[in-house]
Design a protein around this ligand. Structure first.
Ligand code: ZN
Ligand code: ZN
Length: 559
């Protein structure tokens, strides 16, 4: 059980108490404890055992008892008790924007509603709107909130799922009888959005039953279901984990099956039937399974059932991009706009991470919301970049900008200012509501500007929260290929834009792709490997990617 799971338990206790109308001081104690746990930086398990946790501010006697119980028996008897008294649907309702404890209690008392489904109905049929202090507008917002909650609570962004998967992997590897624990499923395939986590665990012969028991007893597990060769665990934190059990003999078979999309496995089965190969036969590693089918080993990112078998059979699999192929770090915001990092600090960080060059790209003047760089400050920023280049030898700092593509399709700044930069990324940050014809025309017009080197986050989507704007991407990509303009894979895990499905199309059309960190702090450099995963899912090789080039070749392309 990690600190986020403990925090979740505290939050649920606090919410349940509030919905019951319990003593406000008691509720506050659990809310404070939730915060204290989330901010605790030491080893929580150890601190709970030794009692050191009692010294942490925000943790009192009652809350400490809950933590002890969580770490010893894996559940909280207080929460179990509260679950009997407060319908869980009411706690879910608190996650809807605009619905607080008072309103939820009112809904429950007046309409006897206990589930989200019933609430949704009441929001649609006018009952909710008729309640005192509600009205049609509130009812409509609640209806939207439920739809959003549905979409977002089942799914997790890749970087969150990845971090959690590594924690679970370590826990699995530490179990008695486990020889090896490997990531599988959509995390291993580097999908942009993850529903549940999959693992393959290799255990010693004859230890399967004991292992299944251990899994069921793992801390934080609230539900447990075993099916043929696999175990599904539901955690208090809401995570769902599937563990596939294998022996060393059939590890390869199990791993391929647990990793690929359903269509990938179906296509393998189809091929196996045609070639009279038995896929139920044990294969100790993935290579031998693919080999038996006359296929080269297929990188996990490509196992989506989208032509990878043909490529593997014809020797036409791409040599996928690797993170170490990147020579330049692109799309970095400094303290000249909404970044937290000075230019000299960026140069140091890029050098330290092994990059040959870095492209600083602050927001342009029209991006007032992001403290865009005013035309008057451009010269000052450029002088600072030149100074940083001298100050930090071994890394070249390039003068870029993320210029707004304005509503009429022109790029921000007068032309003479734009030309002062080494390169320009053009991005849309406003007027997302245009229709497809207007939006496409806007983008195509921006691409006629000779300064434009890269199209930034080309669809504007925010995963799980904002859909892409309407745009004819096929026309945009065709023009990018024709004009020699690169298209970004924005590596911010909330964006991952261009989508990998379109990345693959871009590659077919001959478009160069740029991997943009869109980093606003040094920590934002961790976006890069996530972006590389998406580039790999889009079948990209090093030569397809703009920032695998050295600084001179990059500038040659950009100008
Ligand atoms: Zn942007
Ligand atoms: Zn940006």
């Amino acid at each position: 059980m990690d600190k986020y799971a403990v925090r979740q338990v505290f939050r649920q206790i606090a919410a349940s108490l509030a919905l019951k109308g319990d003593n406000p001081f008691r509720i506050r104690a659990f809310e404070n404890a939730a915060q204290a746990i989330a901010g605790y930086s030491g080893d929580l398990t150890e601190a709970a055992r030794s009692g050191a946790l009692a010294e942490v501010g925000g943790i009192g006697k009652g809350t400490l008892e809950v933590v002890r119980e969580l770490f010893t028996v894996g559940r909280s008897s207080l929460l179990d008790e509260l679950r009997e008294q407060v319908p869980p649907g009411l706690i879910e309702m608190l996650k809807i924007p605009g619905l607080g404890v008072t309103k939820v209690r009112q809904i429950h008392a007046a309409l006897h509603i206990e589930t989200l489904a019933d609430l949704e109905e009441a929001a649609s049929d006018g009952r909710l709107a008729a309640l005192p202090r509600f009205g049609t507008r509130t009812a409509e917002n609640i209806r939207k909130g439920i739809a959003f909650l549905r979409r977002s609570s089942e799914f997790h962004l890749f970087h969150h799922a990845w971090a959690e998967a590594l924690t679970v992997q370590r826990a699995l590897a530490a179990l008695a009888g486990v020889r090896r624990a490997e990531l599988a499923g959509s995390v291993r395939r580097r999908r942009e959005i993850i529903r549940d986590l999959d693992f393959v665990v290799v255990h010693d012969d004859g230890t399967r039953d004991a292992l299944v028991k251990q899994l069921g007893a793992a801390p934080g597990v609230t539900e447990f279901a075993g099916k043929e060769g696999a175990v599904t665990l539901r955690f208090a934190s809401g995570s769902v984990v599937d563990v596939f059990l294998a022996t060393a003999d059939d590890f390869g078979t199990t791993w391929v099956r647990a990793t690929g999309a359903a269509t990938h496995w179906e296509q393998l089965e189809f091929r196996a039937r045609a070639r009279h190969v038995d896929l139920r036969a044990p294969y100790p590693d993935e290579e031998s399974l693919y080999r038996a089918l006359g296929l080269a080993w297929i990188p996990p990112e490509l196992r989506e059932g989208a032509g990878e078998l043909d490529a593997a059979s014809d020797g036409k699999l791409p040599r996928l991009l690797e993170e170490r192929d990147l020579k330049g770090l692109l799309h970095c915001h400094s303290n000249y706009s909404d970044g937290t990092v000075t230019i000299a600090e960026w140069a140091e960080a890029a050098k330290h991470a092994g990059y040959e060059w870095i492209g600083i790209t602050d927001h342009s003047q029209s991006a007032a919301y992001a403290g865009g760089l005013r035309a008057d400050d451009v010269a000052k920023q450029h002088a600072e970049i030149d100074a940083a280049s001298l100050q930090v030898p071994g890394v070249r700092v390039l003068k870029g900008v993320e210029a707004d593509i304005l509503a009429d399709g022109s790029l921000d700044y007068p032309p003479e200012i734009r030309r002062a930069f080494d390169f320009v990324i053009g991005s849309i940050h406003s007027r997302f509501g245009m229709d497809e014809i207007e939006m496409t025309a806007r983008m195509l017009k921006a691409m006629d500007d000779p300064c434009l080197a890269v199209l930034g986050h080309p669809t504007g989507r925010l995963l799980l929260s904002r859909d892409p704007y309407a745009i004819d991407m096929e026309r945009v990509l065709a023009k990018a290929a024709e004009q020699g303009i690169a298209v970004e894979v924005n590596a911010d895990p909330h964006r991952l834009d261009l989508d990998w499905r379109q990345v693959r199309r871009a590659r077919e059309l001959g478009v160069t792709i740029s991997i943009g960190a869109d980093a606003h702090s040094v920590a934002g450099m961790a976006n890069v490997p996530v972006g590389v995963g998406i580039a790999r899912k889009g079948w990209l090789e090093a030569r397809d990617v703009l920032n695998t080039r050295d600084a001179d070749a990059f500038l040659g392309y950009a100008r």
